[in-house]
Ligand binder design. Structure first.
Ligand SMILES: NC(=O)c1ccc[n+]([C@@H]2O[C@H](COP(=O)([O-])OP(=O)(O)OC[C@H]3O[C@@H](n4cnc5c(N)ncnc54)[C@H](O)[C@@H]3O)[C@@H](O)[C@H]2O)c1
Length: 270
């Protein structure tokens, strides 16, 4: 996504297989996704170059960059260690951002000394990659110019940036989506409607291809539970029934699409 308006991107991963997969996936996207087909695309620009390397190439890549985004798995100590490494390795004019879906940048930076905490921010993207909105959020220590640069540059690279004006777990979209998931689970638990009825109603009213139950099945019910537990840690007033409902489904082996059954049944894909 960052390369589609012609600018180069470096991908650094410690797993060579993942680098191979990423390269193949990017090539495939570039073939199937014509330039000019998304908001912000410039039809007269070619794709930017992309380079892949192991963490040994990190310092070199940082020397050629204005922005570094960490996208390592959603494990707080791992993210914190990568951010610390970037604090030391990235030249002073490089903005350092996290793509974490559930940890705010304030939470990730809490309690450790950084050389330059004022250049850290969150920039959160979506799946699938051709989704153009990104949400940009700072910590209390973030310089306002950093957020302004990210907003301007994200738009110049073809994104639709949205500024999260205060630190918010779940940013804007995921936080509101969490409320929809929670209430869906509550409605199911109370026996108000079935999953098929909830999704049928949502699809018809919002003219959307997927309802909340099918969407949770796609993400995986164990992941949905982890996310909800994180919100509940921060906001103890949240109802427990939606989590209990998910726990029962998970204990019964219903994890969603990946286990063949969640709220709905899925054909085995091999
Ligand atoms: N998957 C999504 O739809 C999505 C959407 C938005 C944000 N995110 C966020 O993106 C981040 C990554 O999620 P993902 O689903 O891509 O995870 P993933 O597990 O698919 O990919 C993480 C990558 O990090 C690499 N890695 C792990 N430790 C490393 C290290 N020390 N140095 C270098 N590379 C290392 C792994 O090899 C792997 O390729 C998470 O913070 C998640 O919240 C994911």
């Amino acid at each position: 996504m960052w390369s589609r308006c012609g600018r180069p991107v470096h991908i650094v991963d410690r797993n060579p297989l993942q680098l191979e997969r990423a390269s193949a996936q990017i090539q495939k996207l570039r073939q199937t996704w014509p330039l000019g087909s998304l908001p912000g695309d410039r039809t007269n620009t070619a794709w930017g170059a992309f380079a892949v390397s192991s963490p040994d190439g990190l310092a070199d890549s940082l020397g050629q960059s204005w922005l570094a985004i960490e996208c390592v798995p959603e494990v707080r100590p791992l993210k914190r260690s990568i951010l610390q490494e970037l604090d030391v390795l990235a030249p002073a004019d490089v903005i350092v951002a996290s793509n974490s879906s559930s940890f705010t940048i304030s939470e990730l930076l809490q309690g450790f000394q950084l050389q330059s905490p004022d250049r850290f921010a969150s920039i959160h993207s979506y799946w699938p990659p051709e989704t153009t909105p990104v949400e940009i959020m700072g910590a209390e220590s973030t310089r306002p110019e950093i957020l302004q640069t990210l907003m301007t540059q994200a738009a110049a690279h073809g994104f639709q940036p949205f500024l999260v004006r205060r630190s918010s777990t779940g940013y804007i979209y995921n936080r509101i989506w969490a409320a929809i998931k929670r209430e869906t689970l509550q409605v199911l638990d109370e026996g108000v409607a079935t999953a098929a009825e909830i999704d049928g109603l949502f699809k018809a009213v919002l003219q959307t291809p997927k309802g909340p139950c099918a969407q949770m099945d796609t993400v995986g019910l164990d992941v949905v539970l982890n996310i909800e537990e994180h919100y509940a840690e921060e906001r103890p007033e949240l109802p427990k029934a939606p989590r209990t409902y998910l726990e029962k489904m998970i204990a019964g082996g219903k994890l969603g699409v990946k286990s063949g059954e969640g709220f709905f049944k899925y054909e085995e894909t091999k």
